[in-house]
Design a protein around this ligand. Sequence first.
Ligand code: ZN
Length: 299
Amino acid sequence: MASASTAVPGTGRAALSIDVEDWFHTENLRGVIAREAWDRCELRVEQNTMRMLEILAKWKARSTFFVLGWIAERCPQIVRAIAVAGHEVASHGYGHELIYSLEPGKFRADVLRSKKHLEDLTGNPVRGYRAPCFSITPWAVPILKEVGFEYDSSVVPTVAHDRYGRLHGVEAGKPVVLLCDGFYEVCVSCVRLGKLELPWGGGGYFRLVPYSLWHRGVRVILRSGLPYVFYIHPWEIDPGQPRVKGLKGANAFRQHVNLSRCEERFTALVGALEWMPLCDLIDLWKAGSSGTQPQSLPA
Ligand SMILES: [Zn+2]
């Protein structure tokens, strides 16, 4: 494995996260596959997650897996395989509802159901949460803390996406933020281009941008002394996923762009850096090992 560590505090820390959901859970497909139809869709998440586990094992990389509760109930073997391989099991909520579309009480029930189920499966506390489609909103933070999470990783500090949520005080250049007592936000990475912060942490952007350019951007982030935080979904390495009639425009593009090249790119990126799960990044940050103390901000 190539070493990216240097003597500069914070440089070379790369944290990997995988949002474990299936191809039909995406917001892109909401208009063409109803929630009630999910149980009739072909489950492909197990084979894709197992493939990702193989890639990580080859490069001795460790990751956080934000597992959707809906998946954990139907495929508990995936959660056990993730835990046995030494990765962090975290929560992607239960039903993949955008937070700002839910009442606070329903949100609390959704995250609690997923957290408890994952903890029952692994026997370990679940520390982290990631909102579906990064739809975090300020009222959700005290609920996440109250039900026992230690961190959220749902902010991409950019204006370049219409669905992403925001939290007060969380912005580009602050990769880990202490939101309230004992509760942290870990941002997904962006790279600065002029005055713009471009999403550089994964998703359709990772599939769209040529790999050599993407890798250059990652090095720029790491050299700046910030950690690099990346995310991907198992369905993104699956070009064989069903094509649904009626999916058009931006949604079709976001779902399908360069799926056939993604496994190769993911493998190259995993092999290019030393990866840790997000919980390790927070522990390093808490210990001051990253060289920058967390900033205390109102929730
Ligand atoms: Zn998701």
